[in-house]
Design a protein around this ligand. Structure first.
Ligand SMILES: C[S@@+](CC[C@H](N)C(=O)[O-])C[C@H]1O[C@@H](n2cnc3c(N)ncnc32)[C@H](O)[C@@H]1O
Length: 297
C-alpha cells in the first residue's frame, strides 16, 4: 500500500516546528492513522520516541506491515485505543509526562475511501462509520432505530443541517418500506429532500453528523483535552489540527480555560495551510492548528 493511498499528512512542517521543542523523550501522536506525521517527526529527531494512539485496527496493521514504519518499531509504542484514555495508557506504561502531544482529528483518507467502512455517500456497502471496529453502535443502528426527534437532534447538533426535521421525517417514512441498509440509500433519501445547490453533495452535513455521533468524536476530544495539564511536562506543547467548527470551538474554549491554570496559548490566531499545500492536498483547506504550552513549574 503506497503512502499516498493511506493519508497525506497535513501541515507537517508547521506541526513539527511548534510541537518538537526537545530532541528527546516521549511525544504522543493521538491519531496515528497511516503514520505520516509520526514518521516525519521520527526521521528528523533521532532521540525522540512516539506513543501512538489509534482506535482503528487498520492503522495498527499498517504499523506492523509497512516497511517505512516498522524500521522505527523500537521508537514507537502503539496503543490501539481511543485517545480519550491517554492518561490511563500512560499510567499503565509507567510514563509520567511527555514532551509534546499532537492530534490530527477526524477520519483518514483511507477510512473515507474504503467503501466497506461505510463513511462515503457513494458506497453501496452497509452504513457503518465506526472507527473502532469493536464498537457495537453503528450508523445503521441509528438510522434504523432512533426516533424522529433523536435523528433531528443529531443532524442539527452535529451537522448544523437546516433541513434536519424534514430529513428525519423522510427517514422514518422510508423505514416503513424496509431497512435503510446502505450509504447510497441514505444519501438518496437526503437528496429527495434537499436539492444540490453547488458542488457540495447535499448529504455532506448528515454524514458528518452521523460520523461524529457514532464515534462520540466531541466527547473523546473533550476528555483528551482535559488531561493535558497532567500529561504535558514543563514547556511541552499540545498541537491540535481540527477540520470543522464544532471541533475547533472545543479546542479554542479548552485552551482559553487552561490559561487560568498557568498554561499559555502560543498562537492567538489559528495557523492554516499555505496555498501550495492547499493546491496539492485539498484536505488541508479546512485545517486549523492551535498550540498550547504548559508553563507550570
Ligand atoms: C486524520 S487521520 C490521521 C492521519 C495521520 N496524521 C497520518 O499522517 O496518517 C485520523 C486518525 O485518527 C484516528 N482517530 C480519530 N479519533 C480517534 C480517537 N478518539 N481515538 C483514537 N484514534 C482516533 C482515526 O481512526 C484515524 O486513523
Amino acid at each position: 500500500m503506497s503512502d499516498a493511498f493511506y493519508h497525506k499528512p497535513v501541515m507537517s512542517d508547521e506541526v513539527t516546528q511548534y510541537l518538537i521543542t526537545k530532541n528527546d523523550g516521549y511525544y504522543i501522536d493521538c491519531t496515528f492513522g497511516g503514520g505520516g506525521h509520526s514518521l516525519y517527526f521520527l526521521e528528523q529527531f533521532d532521540n525522540i520516541k512516539i506513543i501512538a494512539f489509534d482506535q482503528d485496527i487498520d492503522s495498527y496493521n499498517r504499523f506492523l506491515s509497512n516497511d517505512n514504519i516498522i524500521k522505527f518499531k523500537d521508537r514507537i509504542i502503539f496503543c490501539k485505543s481511543n485517545f480519550r484514555h491517554v492518561l490511563n495508557q500512560l499510567k499503565e506504561k509507567n510514563i509520567e509526562k511527555v514532551n509534546g502531544l499532537f492530534a490530527d482529528l477526524g477520519v483518514s483518507s483511507k477510512q473515507l475511501d474504503d467503501m466497506a467502512r461505510g463513511f462515503s455517500f457513494n458506497s453501496n456497502d452497509p452504513l457503518d462509520m465506526r472507527m473502532d471496529q469493536n464498537q457495537t453502535l453503528s450508523a445503521y443502528d441509528i438510522i434504523n432505530s432512533y426516533n424522529q426527534e433523536e435523528l433531528e437532534r443529531i443532524f442539527f447538533q452535529y451537522g448544523e443541517e437546516s433541513f434536519s426535521r424534514q430529513i428525519a421525517k423522510k427517514i422514518i417514512e422510508s423505514r416503513i418500506k424496509g431497512k435503510i441498509k446502505t450509504c447510497r440509500q441514505l444519501s438518496d433519501i437526503v437528496c429527495s429532500v434537499k436539492w444540490k445547490k453547488d458542488k457540495i453533495n447535499p448529504s455532506t452535513k448528515i454524514f458528518q453528523a452521523l460520523r461524529i455521533y457514532v464515534n462520540d468524536e466531541l466527547g473523546s476530544l473533550q476528555e483528551m483535552l482535559s488531561s493535558l495539564p497532567q500529561v504535558l511536562s514543563l514547556n511541552a506543547r499540545a498541537v491540535i489540527l481540527t477540520y470543522h467548527s464544532l471541533e475547533d470551538r472545543i479546542v479554542k474554549q479548552s485552551f482559553k480555560n487552561f490559561q487560568s491554570y498557568g498554561l499559555k496559548i502560543i498562537n492567538k490566531k489559528v495557523i492554516i495551510a499555505n496555498e501550495t499545500e492547499i493546491e496539492n492536498n485539498p484536505r488541508s483547506r479546512s485545517a486549523k492548528m492551535r498550540v498550547l504550552e504548559n508553563c507550570n513549574v
